[in-house]
Structure formats: structure tokens, C-alpha cells
Design a binder for this molecule. Structure first.
Ligand code: ADE
Length: 321
């Protein structure tokens, strides 16, 4: 008996220890340096992994609050969508990568790509507007990202400049898939009962500007819902303002529902034509809505006439100034 146990013991000692990458991470594997952002039930930190010295953004989600507010579905959605978008496909480069997940008694942890150059929203606020060549570049990156999401059957549903980050070379990294829908799977977030409608609207507080009318009204969503947001983001990169602006969320919702927006005089003509074709109240009528996985009709729009879709080239912004 003893010898048997001894044998096992010595066997255990000789067993190769799991490689560090293989074992489940714990919070103490990382130095938490500073807060990068706060959400309604999570905080994102800049961290450094102690062993590799690599930087990561870690999203720390508060379990108690998630359960209390019944947000488990949002957390699952985010994880599932990020895992589907990760991998070796070249188009995965446009998305924040989910490297690991772990938990302790109070928190869930998502280890994500650290987007060194922050949010498109902040950069746009500093620049006010983008040169038209920059808009063409980032609209093209966004379109390639939307095409890949379609390949992976994912609708983001909350695309906005706050959720578009920049990596160290100023390429986009799309984040925050908590409101996403995986096409073909039941959509628990969509239910149009009273409580859920109110909750959905609440989740848009302060950022209602990019929401498509069908998402707003709790109706069936499609890939085309992200095309509406795509149009709003192009409009904003050019003019420095969102198309639907008003003093309250209620008034913004009214403007969206009535397609009540105008273009500034000096707005680029081909961009205006593209935005008008994307911001259409009827989802099926938006440019690209009837395309296959490649948004051919958008790619072929005059606005993109000088875009080389096989190689967009280096980003127009550089940290060197
Ligand atoms: N803010 C929110 N998520 C972030 C990330 N992954 N990188 C940098 N800043 C962020």
C-alpha cells in the first residue's frame, strides 16, 4: 500500500508540470496598472502579464451585479462572438482578441488585446474631423471588418466610435460585443416585452445616435443594422458630428425614426451619396443589404473608387506625427 502511494508520489513529482500558457490564469499573473474604461457592470484595466511582460487589457466583470441585473446573456454573447472572430484569418486583425478568461469568487476576467491608441471617439474629438482620405481608409477597414463578421454570422448591434479602438499601428480593433447577435441562434436580448424594451433603451443611454430604427424598436435585426451605424460613423468622421443630434435621448430617437438629419454644405458629394444609401429606414434597402458575404455594392461605390481592397496599405495616422 505504502509503496504504491510512494510510487504515485514520485510519479507525480516527475510528471511534467503544465506549460504556463496551459494552466488557467489567475489575477495575480498580471500587474493591474490603470483603468482604461468603465462599463455598466465592468471595468477595463491596462495590465502587464508578469511572466511574459506583455501588455493586455483585462475586462473585469462584477459577478454579483451581472446576476442581479440579469446580464449573463450579454457576457456570454461577448465571449462567444470574440472567440468566433479570433483566429488566424487575416480579417481577425480588425477585432480585439480574447486571449483567456478566468474567474475568482467575485469577478470574471476577459484578457483582451490592448489597443494602445485608444478610441476612435477620443481621437475624432481631438481632431474634430478627418481628412477625406483618412475617412476612406477607415471606412474601408470597417467594411472589411463587417464582411468578416458576416462570414462569422455576427451582428454587432452597438457599433460606434467608442467601440472602435486603434492598435499601435493605428489600425482599427472593434470591441464590445455584449449586444451582438449570432445569426441562427435564439436572441434572448431581443424580446420585445416591456421590461426588455426599457432595458435595451437604457443600455443606449448617451450613445443612442448610432442605433438603427429596427434595433431601437426591438424589431428583427439583420447584418443591415450594422450598415446603418456604418453610415452614421462615416458621416461623423467627415463632419465631426453625429447625423442625429438633439438635447435628449427621446428627441434623438424621434429624429432617427423620422430620418430627420441634414448634411453640412461642404460635405463630400460621393460620401453624401454613400451615407444616404446606408442610412435608410428600411433595412433591406440599405446599400449592401442584399449582397453576399462581400459587400460588393459598397466596395464599388464611387466613394471607394481609389481603394485597393486587396491591400489598403499602411494606416494614414502615425504616432511619429
Ligand atoms: N478601453 C476599452 N477596451 C480597451 C482595450 N482593449 N484597449 C485599450 N483601451 C480600451
Amino acid at each position: 500500500m505504502n509503496s504504491c502511494c510512494d510510487q504515485n508520489h514520485s510519479l507525480n513529482l516527475k510528471m511534467p508540470q503544465p506549460q504556463n500558457e496551459d494552466r488557467k490564469k489567475i489575477p495575480r499573473d498580471y500587474y493591474f496598472l490603470k483603468i482604461l474604461g468603465e462599463g455598466s457592470f465592468s471595468t477595463v484595466y491596462l495590465t502587464v502579464e508578469a511572466e511574459s511582460k506583455k501588455e493586455y487589457a483585462i475586462k473585469v466583470l462584477r459577478k454579483r451585479q451581472i446576476i442581479r441585473e440579469n446580464k449573463m446573456e450579454y457576457v456570454n454573447r461577448e465571449k462567444k462572438s470574440l472567440l468566433k472572430l479570433g483566429g488566424s484569418d487575416p480579417s481577425s486583425r480588425f477585432f480585439v482578441h480574447l486571449y483567456a478568461t478566468f474567474q475568482d469568487s467575485e469577478h470574471l476576467y476577459f484578457v483582451l488585446t490592448y489597443a494602445r491608441n485608444g478610441e476612435l471617439l477620443d481621437y475624432l474629438a481631438r481632431q474634430k474631423t478627418f481628412k477625406i482620405e483618412w475617412v476612406k481608409y477607415y471606412a474601408a477597414e470597417l467594411l472589411l471588418a463587417l464582411e468578416f463578421m458576416k462570414v462569422k454570422h455576427i451582428i454587432h448591434r452597438d457599433l460606434k466610435p467608442e467601440n472602435i479602438l486603434f492598435d499601435r499601428k493605428w489600425h482599427i480593433l472593434i470591441t464590445d460585443f455584449g449586444s451582438s447577435k449570432i445569426v441562427g441562434e435564439p436572441d434572448v436580448l431581443k424580446k420585445s416585452d416591456d421590461t426588455n424594451c426599457r432595458r435595451r433603451k437604457n443600455s443606449f443611454v448617451g450613445t443612442a445616435q448610432y442605433v438603427s430604427p429596427e434595433v431601437l424598436h426591438g424589431e428583427e435585426t439583420s447584418y443591415s443594422s450594422d450598415l446603418w451605424a456604418f453610415g452614421c460613423i462615416i458621416y461623423q468622421m467627415i463632419s465631426g458630428q453625429t447625423p442625429f443630434r438633439a438635447a435628449s435621448e427621446y428627441l434623438i430617437f424621434q429624429k432617427i425614426t423620422n430620418l430627420d438629419y441634414q448634411f453640412p454644405e461642404e460635405f463630400d458629394q460621393s460620401a453624401k451619396d454613400l451615407v444616404e444609401k446606408l442610412i435608410n429606414l428600411v433595412p433591406e434597402k440599405r446599400l449592401g443589404a442584399l449582397d453576399g458575404t462581400s459587400y460588393t455594392s459598397i466596395r464599388e461605390h464611387e466613394f471607394f473608387k481609389n481603394t485597393n481592397w486587396d491591400d489598403l496599405g499602411p494606416a494614414p495616422i502615425s504616432s511619429e506625427g
